[in-house]
Design a protein. Structure first.
Length: 152
């Protein structure tokens, strides 16, 4: 009976020792989790860049449509470098009879998703009359991906 008791004690001790994780096992699990998190973050950041490009394109189209309405109401020509704040002015503030031409009043809607003001180019490179454009994420002409130029 004594040998049986000591054998039970030995197996309990071995079982108790095996329940704990070794430092190597913990490091392997942490490394795998870090690699998976990095891969997910890489995909999310890429999607964020693509979504900013899409938002910029839609914003440029909205501003170009508002400029068309402003031009029709005022009879003014869109000029190179035109200050887009004219789209925020009502008739009493010096805007056209149909102004303001944007739904919201804040100037932030005149900015691209990267926080820089959209610009106007006459004549347009994409459109005949004018382009509303942004230089993308890097703020420099040209580029690819999130840094690509955006025009209406």
């Amino acid at each position: 009976m004594v040998s049986r008791h000591s054998n039970t004690m030995g197996s309990t001790r071995a079982h108790r020792m095996r329940r704990a994780f070794t430092l190597i096992e913990i490091l392997v699990v942490v490394t795998i989790i870090a690699l998976l998190a990095g891969a997910v973050a890489w995909k999310v950041m890429g999607a964020l860049g693509r979504s900013k490009q899409s938002i910029a394109k839609q914003s440029a189209v909205t501003l170009a449509n508002a400029l068309d309405n402003w031009r029709l109401d005022t009879g003014n020509m869109v000029e190179d470098g035109l200050d887009l704040r004219v789209l925020l002015l009502g008739p009493d503030e010096g805007g056209g009879s149909g102004g303001p031409y944007l739904r919201k009043r804040g100037e932030e809607q005149l900015n691209d998703p990267w926080g820089r003001r959209f610009m106007v180019r006459v004549p347009g490179e994409v459109n005949v009359d004018f382009d509303v454009y942004s230089f993308g994420g890097d703020g420099q002409p040209g580029g690819t991906g999130e840094n690509a130029d955006v025009a209406n």
